[in-house]
Design a protein around this ligand. Structure first.
Ligand code: 5AD
Ligand code: SF4
Length: 452
């Protein structure tokens, strides 16, 4: 295909944004653009943005702001703000970024191509934040800009109906809707045919997949995906504790390809705060879910999200979160200081927690979790884990593993989602290998392949 120039896509935010960016990449590829990793070489710059916290939003404005001068030098350069901040800001985005060419909301991706054509014929400052039922179905299914050679995200649902009081998602990504299982399976078959061996199925609340559409349940979808021959592993995120069903736990236990790892955001250990967050469960209900999971799948890897300093959270309520974190023993946590989002109801709640106090709570929680993660990793030494090889380690450590100077150090993940490094000259991306762990570090494990 004739090259129309270079595209640079910068992604801020969650895994869904990574998937969305790849979809934008397929559109640009179809228009004849090649990917570049150098923004200076680009003819089109896309920033796919995140509105979940104030800091993420600021990152988007500052990234795109950098190209104001560039655009003066090269008026043909196209700059695009896509995703959640674009949806939230609409026309207002031009107040801070007058040089921006296109504001492309979360449901406007199917019209991306048309807008690029309009920009090329001289139109400027286009805004599209209109809703749409079909988002991905009309976009090309292909791997255009390949970042990870073995693992891909696949979005199976859009939006959210839970309306947690702190969260901007239902406001920027709309109501919950599920893709058809046929289109999901077709996309994953295409990925597997192209060498992808692991997929992570994405939705804000995958447990309610298909419920509105009266289609397959999520457990049934997992069975369909597990039947794809060339695919080795299936992960998924995110599960809502209130909807984690026995069926799903059984499906996870029964399907070999489904990894023994679950991301189950708890958000807080205090029942009063959980209620104010509109989470729909108590700490005890969360506990019962963890118990059910661990008795069905003993080696379950668990991660969670936690917000500290939600409006009116007392020091005692924060201690309840610390106690829950200690009792559960998560493998890892993602913890955040509460951030006001003007479209979310909690922005109007009284008794905000002081910023310095929020940071103190956050740092205490993160330091505490570090000790737990370290202990959990240390418990892995001497054990054998199956690793899906992702490629050569970006960092070449010496001294940790018994390697000769000529042995490549490879990296991959265990089913429970731990990063594992090991020496090998023969293994390649996409191979499954058993690794005996002989060293544990805070964020990774090191070991030796059992056979090559
Ligand atoms: N402030 C801080 N953290 C938030 N999250 C969502 N909204 C906010 C907010 N307003 C966190 C939640 C969610 C994760 C993706 O981001 O923990 O699970
Ligand atoms: Fe936001 Fe709650 Fe929906 Fe997650 S479940 S996206 S936190 S509203």
């Amino acid at each position: 295909m004739q090259s129309n120039g270079y595209a640079y896509i910068h992604t801020i935010g969650c895994q869904m944004n990574v998937y969305d960016s790849e979809k934008l990449g397929t559109v640009l590829h179809a228009l004849g653009y090649q990917q570049t990793r150098d923004p200076e070489q680009a003819d089109i710059i896309v920033c796919n943005t995140c509105a979940i916290r104030h800091k993420a939003e600021e990152k988007a404005f500052s990234f795109l702001g950098r190209f104001a001068r560039e655009k003066q030098k090269n008026p043909r350069l196209i700059t695009v703000m896509a995703g959640c901040v674009a949806q939230q800001e609409g026309n207002n985005a031009f107040q801070r970024l007058p040089h921006l060419d296109l504001v492309l909301g979360t449901q406007a991706f199917s019209r991306f191509s048309t807008h690029i054509d309009a920009l090329k014929s001289g139109q400027r400052q286009i805004v599209d934040t209109a809703p749409s039922d079909v988002i991905f179905e009309t976009l090309p299914d292909e791997i255009a800009f390949k970042e990870n050679p073995v693992s891909k995200f696949v979005t199976i649902m859009q939006g959210c109906d839970n309306y947690c009081t702190y969260c901007v998602v239902p406001h920027v990504r709309g109501r919950e809707r599920s893709r058809s299982w046929q289109s999901i399976v077709a996309e994953i078959e295409m990925l597997a045919d192209n060498g992808i061996r692991e997929v992570t199925l994405l939705g804000q609340n995958v447990n309610s997949y298909g419920a509105k559409e009266n289609s397959l349940s999520f457990a049934e979808l997992l069975e369909k995906v597990a039947a794809i021959d060339k695919l080795y592993r299936i992960r998924f995120a995110t599960s809502h504790p209130k909807d984690l069903s026995k069926d799903l736990i059984q499906a996870m236990a029964g399907l070999d390809k489904v990894c023994n790892h679950l991301h189950l955001p708890v958000q807080s250990g205090s029942d009063r705060i959980l209620k104010k967050m509109n989470r729909g469960y108590t700490a005890e209900v969360f506990w019962s879910r963890i118990d059910a999971l661990r008795s069905a799948i003993p080696d379950m890897g668990l991660s969670t999200d936690i917000i500290v300093g939600f409006p009116s959270e007392t020091p005692e309520e924060f201690e309840e979160t610390m106690a829950l974190v200690q009792q559960v023993g998560f493998d890892s946590i993602f913890a955040f200081a509460y951030s006001d989002r003007s479209s979310a109801p909690a922005a109007k709640f009284s008794d905000p927690v002081d910023e310095a106090e929020k940071m103190a709570r956050l740092n205490r929680l993160l330091a505490f979790q570090d000790t737990i993660t370290r202990k959990k990793n240390e418990q892995m030494t001497g054990r054998v884990v199956q690793v899906l090889v992702e490629g050569v380690s970006p960092k070449q450590h010496t001294g940790f593993v018994k390697t000769t100077p000529h042995t490549r150090q490879m990296t991959g993940r265990s089913a429970a989602n731990k990063i594992v490094h090991f020496p090998s000259d023969t293994l390649a991306a996409g191979d499954l290998v058993d690794i005996k762990i002989d060293n544990a570090y805070p964020h990774s494990l090191w070991g030796q392949p059992l056979e090559q």
